[in-house]
Design a binder for this molecule. Structure first.
Ligand code: G6P
Ligand code: MG
Length: 219
């Protein structure tokens, strides 16, 4: 029986992908590296250090580890400053309605994000009230596609994986949910999240009503 929901943040609750993109782009420009939206797509759901490694490899650059960490910190400063522009108007369409329904129906709700900036993003959105547990990039050491962040969330909610539905927009996030034995809702195109238990193009379609009708026997 489904008792809880675990949400990825970026690309599910709000679209920070654009702000991440602009921050990486600024860093790349300073380094004289190429970086475009196609490369940015590969960073969806991927941790900060893994992201900079992808960008570095895309440019065939060789950078010492400590310098790489310095660059990642520079990008993070740019990204965090840009979060100040975010307001409660910046939920993805449908996301806040879904979180409200889950509260009304008494489901347990956790965040399961790779971002170390999750708290700040939730504060900007005024979304902390919708979550019983916040699992973020500081909660576990192994990032998606390892299932650790979702297992952390389920454990803190006091639930088994098969009692939870994970919402994810990243390929590695759906992989992580599957690896942990969770049911999954994929948000986005078939080629990215087609391997989820059920897929919707956007959060707007992924309502509690639709999810309940898909997983009928589990409610
Ligand atoms: C999410 C985003 C990624 C981002 C990662 C780490 O998974 O989808 O694009 O790189 O979080 O975010 P952070 O805020 O810790 O740099
Ligand atoms: Mg995401």
């Amino acid at each position: 029986m489904i008792k809880g929901f675990i949400f990825d943040l970026d690309g599910v609750i709000t679209d920070t992908a654009e702000l991440h993109y602009l921050a990486w782009k600024k860093l790349a420009e300073e380094m004289d590296w190429t970086f475009d939206r196609e490369v940015n797509e590969k960073l969806r759901g991927v941790s900060r250090m893994d992201s900079i490694n992808i960008i570095k490899n895309h440019n065939n650059a060789s950078v010492a580890e400590d310098k790489l960490e310095e660059l990642a910190a520079m990008k993070n400063d740019i990204y965090v400053a840009s979060l100040d522009t975010m307001t409660p108007k910046d939920y993805l369409p449908g996301a806040e309605e879904l979180l409200t329904h889950l509260r009304q129906e008494g489901f347990l709700v956790a965040l399961g994000s790779a971002s170390k900036n999750s708290s700040k993003v939730l504060e900007q959105l005024d979304a902390k009230k919708y979550f019983d547990v916040i699992g973020d990039g500081n909660s576990v050491s192994k990032s998606k596609p390892a299932p650790d962040i979702f297992l952390f969330g389920a454990d803190k909610l006091g639930l088994k994986p098969e009692e939870c539905i994970v919402y994810e927009d990243a390929q590695s996030g759906v992989d992580a949910a599957k690896a942990g034995g969770f049911y999954s809702v994929g948000i986005g195109p078939e080629e990215r999240v087609g391997h989820a238990s059920v897929r919707f193009e956007t959060m707007k379609e992924a309502t509690l009503f639709e999810v309940k009708s898909h997983f009928q026997d589990l409610f």
